[in-house]
Design a protein around this ligand. Structure first.
Ligand code: XMP
Length: 607
């Protein structure tokens, strides 16, 4: 069956994906289009939504994108940057300045189908520098904004529209949950103004995808790498059901950087869904350890892990004689598209699913990707529909290189570069706040102004409330150059010294990290908060604090919606007490700390 579809033009950041997810929740298929896609790419849609942009401005210069969309006889709705572009295109004006960020009240000037079922005053979320200051002759102001509770107008033209042209714009962001009735506004556009039929459901998707897979595969067999992650597991079950288990072969590679007992759990899970007999297991941990021997630089480690993965895959593929099989992958929608606006990927890291050997197979039509149209949340829904256990479907994301990016390695001297400026700045802040601030002579990966930053962390010691800790951490990494993270010391005493220790990727260190990570994960489950947290990496840093041990353990509990941005999650005090006792007692551990850094400037992982 053909479904009514909406095109979402991606002007950058994460707005477009959020919008598409909200449209899909209405059971209408939304697809991402790039701003410079040719006009032919917009055929077959019932409406277009233009996203906001974190970096583009509608002020002054002419923004380059396929303006021929305005000649299409389709309803178009723009948010923020998209709203300003629509206003400008039809003779309105945009002014620079007057940053508005946070909640505002949208006051409707009249009832309108876009706001059907809503109040004349609606709380909305604003985040913009530029604003529409005048609209063209065919347009009207549908709403203006005030700051919550106030009466004076903050911004005119917060919502605009032309019913004759079927063009509309919102200065605010209806796709974020902070706009209380944003989903209803998007629904009024998609289901009402565009007239889309809500036919796209997970059941419908599953039935259609099963048919597609059978058609693509014909009487061939399929081979799939099962990492134990949600995507590859759901893909395996879908393929098993579509083709019959006997036409599917699975390979699980233990790269030595899995969690404690992880490979055993993956095997048990696949057995529980009737795919155990189709599974090959390879312990390749030594290959990975050999490749990582002596490496300390994060990018070099990542490259070594990626290259070894490809080498092991090719070797095992030869051994298993899969060259005649099709290769199946659990690739999901965001992995298949570039980020819009600048065509620069937000995920700085290369994806396993798109390495050259696999690109060549895709080009030859030998790759099956049954989840390539779905977002993560939809893959999870599908997994539950296919009968996978709740815990397997809702597990936290775990990076492909696994604990490899959570076990920092170091060789040589302490890195005190920049400390001449850092230490006096920290001393001033420490005195003002009544806390101790210690710059650590190692580095971790972060991101600043969309670029990779490899900078020093600062350890905060002393007693303060959670909000104060976050405030001080923010002040430190925003105001002290060369610092991209702050961690809070959980051990009883403030360390006087921190000395990096030469340490590489070894089985012993991985086992220590595995044990610490297992204790943290068990603690989250015990306190019933694993479902609230996006992820909680445990990181091992080779730092000797006051000569006590050789490894500092860092906890990194975070809130996030899609992993692109993140804020620290506050763990319960009782759990921190438990972890303080158990983790500080592990052999060779010199300290324990909690990462207080938002993303940006810290990434979620430390490397
Ligand atoms: P960062 O550290 O960039 O992580 O803030 C964002 C999200 O991506 C995950 N991550 C990876 N996932 N392969 C993956 O499959 C990788 O190489 C990789 N690196 C980071 C990370 O766990 C977080 O969820």
């Amino acid at each position: 069956m053909t479904h009514d579809k909406i095109a979402v033009v991606d002007f950058g950041g994460q707005y477009a994906h959020l919008i598409a997810t909200k449209v899909r929740r209405l059971h209408v298929l939304a697809e991402i289009r790039q701003p410079d896609d040719p006009i032919e790419a917009f055929a077959g849609y019932k409406g277009i939504i233009l996203s906001g942009s974190p970096s583009l401005s509608s002020f002054g210069e002419d923004s380059g994108y396929t303006k021929a969309i305005y000649d299409l006889d389709l309803p178009i709705l723009g948010f923020c940057f998209g709203h300003q572009e629509i206003a400008k295109h039809y003779g309105g004006q945009v002014a620079h300045g007057g940053r508005e960020w946070g909640y505002a009240d949208l006051h409707l000037t009249r009832e309108h189908p876009l706001f059907a079922g809503l109040s004349m005053i609606e709380p909305v979320w604003m985040s913009h520098y530029d604003s529409v200051t005048a609209v063209g002759p065919d347009f009207e102001e549908l709403g203006y904004s005030t700051l919550g509770g106030r009466t004076e107008v903050q911004h005119r033209y917060a919502a605009i529209g032309s019913d004759a042209l079927r063009r509309y714009g919102f200065q605010f962001h209806p796709e974020v949950d902070d706009t209380l009735h944003g989903a209803e506004m998007i629904g009024n556009f998609v289901l009402g103004i565009c007239g889309c039929r809500p036919s796209w459901t997970i059941e419908q998707f599953l039935a259609e995808e099963m048919d597609k897979v059978r058609a693509q595969v014909g009487d061939q067999s399929v081979f799939l790498l099962a990492s134990g992650g949600v995507d590859s597991t759901v893909a395996a079950v879908l393929l098993g059901q579509a083709l019959g288990p006997e036409r599917l072969r699975l390979l699980h590679i233990d790269n030595g950087m899995m969690r404690k007992d992880e490979s055993r759990a993956v095997i048990a899970l696949l057995q529980s869904v009737g795919l155990g007999e189709r599974l090959e297991f390879v312990d390749a941990s030594q290959d990975f350890l050999d490749a990582l021997a002596g490496l300390t630089e994060p990018e070099a480690k990542r490259r070594a892990i990626g290259d070894t993965f490809v080498a092991v895959f090719e070797r095992e593929a030869r051994r298993l004689g899969i060259s005649q099989d099709l290769l199946a992958q659990g690739t999901i929608y965001p992995d298949t598209i570039e980020t819009g606006g600048t065509r620069r990927s937000d995920t700085i890291k290369t994806h396993h699913n798109r390495v050259p050997v696999i690109e060549a197979m895709i080009a030859a039509g030998r790759v099956v990707e049954p989840l390539a149209e779905l977002y993560k949340v939809e893959v999870r829904e599908l997994g539950e529909r296919l009968g996978l256990p709740h815990a397997a479907v809702w597990r936290h994301p775990f990076p492909g290189p696994g604990l490899g990016v959570r076990l920092l390695c170091w060789a040589g001297e302490a890195d005190r570069s920049g400390f001449d400026a850092i230490e006096p700045a920290l001393a001033d802040l420490a005195a003002a706040e009544g806390l101790e601030l210690l710059a650590l002579p190692i580095r971790s990966v972060g991101v600043k102004s969309d670029l990779r930053a490899y900078e020093h962390p600062v350890m905060i010691s002393g007693q303060a409330g959670w909000d104060d800790l976050l405030r001080v951490a923010g002040t430190v990494y925003k105001s002290v150059p060369g610092i991209n993270r702050c961690i809070w010391n959980l051990a009883p005493d403030a360390p006087g010294t921190a000395r990096p220790v030469t340490a590489h990727m070894t089985r012993e260190r991985l086992d220590l990290l595995r044990e610490a990570d297992a204790q943290v994960m068990a603690g989250l489950t015990r306190h019933g908060i694993d479902g609230e947290i996006w992820q909680c990496p445990t990181v091992l840093v080779p730092l000797e604090l006051d000569g006590r041990g050789r490894e500092l353990i860092i906890l990194r509990p975070i809130n996030s919606a899609r992993g692109m941005t993140a804020t620290p999650y506050r763990l319960p005090d009782a759990l921190l007490d438990e972890l303080r006792s158990s983790l500080l007692a592990l052999p060779g551990v010199s300290g324990l700390a909690l990462d207080l850094t938002t993303k940006p400037p810290g990434t979620i992982e430390w490397e």
